[in-house]
Design a protein around this ligand. Structure first.
Ligand SMILES: [Zn+2]
Length: 459
């Protein structure tokens, strides 16, 4: 059979965990897998304002693995700059992406507005990357699917989503280009996710594009419930406030689930619990609607949200934020890059009685990472603020599989792939996974850098 040329380019999420974008060029078609926003370090964030490597109007179709901002957050800008194709994803991903993109636009609009008002931006007139209007335009292009449903994009190009246990609606993309199979991992969940079904065991692919966020690490095997209980007891003893910067999607619902289990077991002190996050609330409502995609009994799924006060109203949020009474607050954003958590920190992080609890990965360059690394002052609203509260972390809560999970998942393959491209990791994470795969499986790995392109001869 004749060989055909395929070009694969890593336009983001290579050598970094943000900005995921992988472009396939095959048979006159351009297919983009994910379209994420660069986050964290300023030099990465600036890439969001750089011209897109190919003209967006020449991309035929976008396939979205899940709703996280680092995978979907650039979509409104792609559309604004001329992309007119369909955006394919799982049903619940479309609902979550709408919540996340609207929030992203709002944060950018507010930041630009605040920067202009206080004149602390070095840009003459701070412009948001995109607006709510741009998000609404992008949402019109979404086409939704179920798992395990083949979608024909073009004669010779088809794909299906397979559950990968990362967040609600997330999936591997198994794509057939002519007779060659590509497997894009998106972000892979743990082999035993807390709320979702385990990642699908895949047996064959000619090429794999595999994430490596935790390629160099093993998750703490500590019992999350125990860890959370210990932190809460300390907060209770100190009559303090527990502030949890939480990702609105998956992490918030996991925490609510653990808090529910602790309460059912009589292990939770009588502290009120607030979910002070419009995005967290809206996401939780999507989780309540898509019960069948979750691996926990529906009665628990329904009742676990009862004990939590949902605060979406801004006035109520202000009142609770100014109040010094002991409580547990979950608020976004997860890496303290924006959102209501900043207001809580503004009011409560200078008091050693209070606790700031990290429950997830903190990206390089974020305020969360700075505090975790011991920084005792952080900058927001154009000023520096002292960090005097207690800092705690629970590392075993992660929506990503660790090195063992990734290897265990790879061992399901019955045949050796031609190549595994490792992406979505900082260089030391990616390289540690490469060494491990080469050592344990002897498979050929590539570790593409940003904007690297490979020409493959496929059948
Ligand atoms: Zn993700």
């Amino acid at each position: 059979m004749d060989k055909k040329r395929l070009k694969i380019s890593f336009l983001g999420g290579a050598g970094t965990v943000t900005g995921s974008k992988t472009l396939l060029e095959f048979d006159q078609k351009r297919v983009l897998i994910d379209c994420g926003l660069f986050q964290g370090l300023k030099e990465l964030r600036n890439l969001n304002r750089a011209p897109f490597p190919v003209s967006p109007d020449t991309i035929d179709v976008l396939v979205l693995t899940h709703a996280h901002l680092d995978h979907c957050g650039y979509i409104p800008l792609l559309v604004k700059n001329g992309f007119k194709g369909e955006i394919h994803c799982i049903d619940s991903t479309a609902e979550l992406a709408e919540i996340i993109l609207r929030d992203s636009a709002k944060i950018q609009e507010e930041d630009a507005e605040r920067a202009a008002r206080y004149n602390y931006s070095r840009h003459a007139k701070p412009e948001p990357l995109y607006t709510t209007q741009d998000v609404l335009q992008a949402l019109k292009l979404f086409v939704t699917h179920s798992y395990n449903e083949w979608v024909i994009l073009h004669p010779g190009i088809k794909f299906q989503f397979l559950n990968n246990g990362h967040i609600l609606g997330s999936g591997f993309v198994e794509m057939k280009l002519s007779d060659t199979t590509f497997l894009f991992s998106g972000d892979i969940g743990k082999m035993q996710p807390m709320l979702l079904y385990p990642p699908k065991k895949v047996k064959h692919a000619d090429y794999i594009v595999l994430e490596s966020t935790y390629g160099d690490r093993l998750h703490d095997k500590a019992d999350v419930k125990e860890e959370l209980q210990t932190v809460i007891e300390e907060v209770w003893d100190n009559k303090g406030i527990l502030m949890i910067p939480s990702f609105a999607v998956e992490r918030t619902q996991e925490l609510i689930y653990i808090l529910y289990l602790l309460k059912e077991e009589g292990r939770l002190p009588a502290l009120p619990i607030y979910l002070d996050s419009p995005m967290g609330i809206n996401s939780s409502k999507v989780y309540i609607r898509y019960k069948e995609e979750q691996n926990i009994p529906s009665d628990i799924l329904h009742h676990m949200y009862d004990q939590v006060h949902f605060i979406s109203d801004a006035e109520a949020s202000k009142r609770i934020c100014l109040d010094n009474a002991p409580k547990i607050v979950l608020a976004g954003s997860g890496m303290i890059e924006g959102g209501r958590i900043i207001h809580y920190l503004n009011n409560h992080m200078d008091n050693p009685r209070n606790t700031l609890l990290f429950v997830g990965f903190q990206g390089e360059g974020t305020r969360g990472r700075a505090i975790q690394n011991g920084s005792r002052e952080i900058k927001f609203f154009g000023e520096y603020h002292d960090v005097k509260c207690k800092i705690r972390s629970i590392s075993s809560l992660s929506a990503h599989g660790d090195q063992n999970d990734l290897l265990e998942w790879l061992k399901n393959f019955k045949s050796e792939p031609n190549t595994i491209f490792l992406n979505h990791g900082e260089p030391h994470q990616t390289d540690a996974l490469r060494v491990k795969i080469e050592h344990e499986l002897g498979w050929n790995c590539e570790t593409p850098k940003m904007n690297d392109t490979y020409i493959l001869e496929i059948e």
